[in-house]
Ligand binder design. Structure first.
Ligand code: DAK
Length: 258
C-alpha cells in the first residue's frame, strides 16, 4: 500500500499507521487524511488484522490540521465539501480496536485524532493541546466533546479557552491517556497491547469496543441493556465455547474469529 504521507507496516495481526510529514510536524492535510481513511478501509476488511496502532514521530504525533492548507478556505467551501470531516470519520467509524501511540505534540486535530482512537498510550514527552482558539477558531473534529468527556469540564474549558498544552503526566492523571511510558518504550508498549488485543476473538473485541462506545451516547439503563443483549449473543460464537473450554482444560484458547 504505497502512500505519500503515511507509512503502513504490519506485524502479525497488528497494523501500524505512521503519520509521516516530518517537515510539517505531521500536520494533517487533506491528502494525509484521505490516505488514513483509505488504509483503515482496507485494514477493516483484512481478516488478518485484529488491532491498529496510529503513531507519529518522536517530535510530533501531529501538530494539528494543516494551517497553511486551510487558512484561505471559506465557509461555503468547508460546508459544501466537508473533505476533512468526511475523512476523519474513517477513524471514528473504524470498528476494530485502534490505539494511539503519542510522542511529542498532539495538538488541535492531532489531539482530536488521538482521542478518536480507543485509547492513548503516551510517551513522557507527549504534549496535548487544543490551541485552535489562538488561530481564531475552535476544535472542529470533536475536541470540545471528547476532551470534555475524557478530562471533565474544568480542564477542557481551561485547555480550549487558553490553548495551553497538557503534559503526559497531567494527561494520565486526568484520564486522557491510559498509560505513560518512557519514549524508548512507547512503540514496544503499544505493540504489546495491540498484540494482546489481536490475539483475542476479533468479533468479541469489536463488540466490546462498540459496547463501551455506546456508553457515550445513551442512558445507563439503555447501555446496560445493550451490553446484556450483546453478551447473550456471544454465546452463539465458537470463540466463547473455545475460550471457556480452554480455561477449564488449562490451555491457551485458539480463537477462530467466529
Ligand atoms: N500546520 C501547518 N504547518 C505546521 C503546523 C500546522 N498545524 N504545525 C507546524 N507546522 C510547520 C511549521 O510551519 C514549520 O514549517 P516551516 O516554517 O519550517 O516551513 C514546521 O512545521 C516546524 O514547525 P515550527 O518551526 O513551528 O516548530 P517548533 O518546534 O518551533 O514549534 C509547535 C512546534 C507545534 C509548537 C508549533 O509548530 C505550533 O504551534 N504549531 C501549530 C499548532 C496548532 O496551532 N495546531 C492546531 C491547528 S488547527 C476541520 C476540523 C478540525 C480542524 C480543521 C478542520 N473541519 C471539520 C473542516 C482542526 C484544526 C486544527 O488542528
Amino acid at each position: 500500500m504505497p502512500y505519500d504521507n503515511i507509512e503502513i507496516t504490519t506485524d502479525g495481526g497488528v497494523a501500524i499507521i505512521q503519520l509521516d510529514r516530518p517537515k510539517a510536524l505531521n500536520a494533517l492535510n487533506n491528502k494525509m487524511m484521505g490516505e488514513v481513511a483509505d488504509a483503515l478501509t482496507k485494514l477493516e476488511k483484512d481478516d488478518n488484522i485484529g488491532c491498529v496502532i496510529v503513531t507519529g514521530s518522536d517530535k510530533a504525533f501531529a501538530a494539528g490540521a494543516d494551517i497553511k492548507e486551510m487558512q484561505d478556505t471559506t465557509y461555503l467551501y468547508n460546508y459544501k465539501h466537508d473533505d476533512f470531516g468526511n475523512k476523519h470519520c474513517a477513524i471514528e467509524r473504524f470498528r476494530k480496536p485502534i490505539i494511539a501511540a503519542v510522542s511529542g505534540y498532539a495538538l488541535g486535530g492531532g489531539c482530536e485524532i488521538a482521542m478518536m482512537c480507543d485509547f492513548i498510550i503516551a510517551a513522557e514527552t507527549a504534549k496535548f493541546g487544543q490551541p485552535e482558539i489562538t488561530l481564531g477558531v475552535m476544535p472542529g473534529m470533536g475536541g470540545t466533546q471528547r476532551l470534555t468527556k475524557a478530562v471533565g469540564k474544568a480542564k477542557a474549558m481551561d485547555m480550549c479557552l487558553t490553548g495551553r498544552m497538557m503534559l503526559a503526566e497531567e494527561a494520565e492523571r486526568s484520564g486522557l491517556v491510559s498509560r505513560v511510558v518512557p519514549l524508548d518504550d512507547l512503540m514496544s508498549t503499544a505493540k504489546e497491547a495491540a498484540h494482546k488485543i489481536a490475539a483475542q476473538s476479533q468479533p468479541i473485541a469489536m463488540m466490546t469496543k462498540e459496547t463501551i462506545n455506546t456508553s457515550f451516547d445513551t442512558t445507563l439503563t439503555q447501555g446496560i441493556q445493550f451490553e446484556r443483549r450483546l453478551f447473550h449473543s456471544m454465546f452463539s460464537t465458537h470463540d466463547q465455547k473455545e475460550g471457556m473450554s480452554a480455561f477449564t482444560e488449562k490451555r491457551k484458547p485458539h480463537f477462530k474469529n467466529k
